[in-house]
Design a binder for this molecule. Structure first.
Ligand code: C5P
Length: 243
């Protein structure tokens, strides 16, 4: 098993309350390295839920997609860092200055307190948006051009990577190169249902297309044996990385 595979499997903690979140971390932490906490769980439970995951020895991806004036995003990013998250994200549509200010201030904070800097990812265009959504808000460029443009902008502003559809991974990898993280939801192993995801790929195909980590929820949580399902996905990631 590739030793990095576990850090590339991110479980989406899409649950309603603290107890369910704790149940999933306890159940899965042997096969899952990172737990994604999004707006619902964070709004319900607050920083305590981040602390719970960290206390169990797992990493947190705080998926709050910050998008605000540069100073506000930078201050929120420092608070995320203070909580001990390993990954957090911002909207690239907030612009280069917003992203650069956040990276610079988080770096300065980490130097000051002597902690590792979390990975800062950018969301390019949400996969729930299509060309009509862009037109609606006055963007006439092709959606794929926008995704690549925003990924490049995020990279130039100092972000460590992007969150993107696996279908966009190859384009982004070609534009931004190795070493730029591409974290992809919309991944479905062969054994799982498609659910409401429309543009899916298997874990192996997503890694082959350039994804560096996978966000997976229901294929694990809805499985008869969730830990075993996570183990199967881990083995697939590991094999795709070359064992
Ligand atoms: O259960 P499932 O594997 O579909 O969960 C995927 C997770 O990734 C969910 O938390 C979902 O909100 C998130 N996500 C997504 N598509 C995006 C961005 C995030 O499915 N474009």
């Amino acid at each position: 098993m590739n030793k990095n595979a576990k850090d590339r499997l991110i479980f989406a903690l899409d649950v309603d309350d603290f107890d369910q979140a704790r149940y999933w971390v306890q159940t899965l932490k042997d096969n899952v390295g990172v737990f994604k906490i999004g707006k619902q769980l964070f709004t319900r439970c607050g920083p305590e839920v981040v602390k719970m995951v960290v206390d169990q020895g797992a990493d947190v991806f705080l998926d709050l997609k910050y998008h605000d004036i540069p100073n506000t995003v930078a201050k929120a990013a420092i608070e995320a860092t203070r909580l001990g998250v390993r990954i957090f994200n911002v909207h690239a549509l907030g612009g280069a200055q917003m992203m650069r200010t956040a990276v610079t201030e988080v770096e300065a904070y980490c130097r000051q307190v002597g902690c590792p800097r979390p990975q800062m990812l950018a969301v390019t265009i949400l996969t729930s948006s299509d060309q009509a959504t862009l037109t609606e808000i006055g963007i006439e460029r092709p959606l794929e051009d926008m995704v690549v443009r925003l990924a490049r902008l995020a990279q130039a502003a100092g972000c460590d990577g992007v969150v993107a559809s696996p279908k966009e991974a190859a384009l982004i990898h070609a534009a931004c190169g190795d070493g730029f993280a591409i974290v992809t939801p919309g991944v479905r192993p062969a054994f799982a249902a498609q659910d409401d995801q429309k543009r899916i790929m298997t874990p192996a195909d997503a890694i082959a297309a350039g994804a560096t980590a996978l966000v997976i929820g229901r294929p694990i949580s809805a499985a008869a044996d969730p830990l075993a399902a996570a183990g199967q996905i881990l083995a697939e990631i590991s094999a795709a990385l070359g064992g």
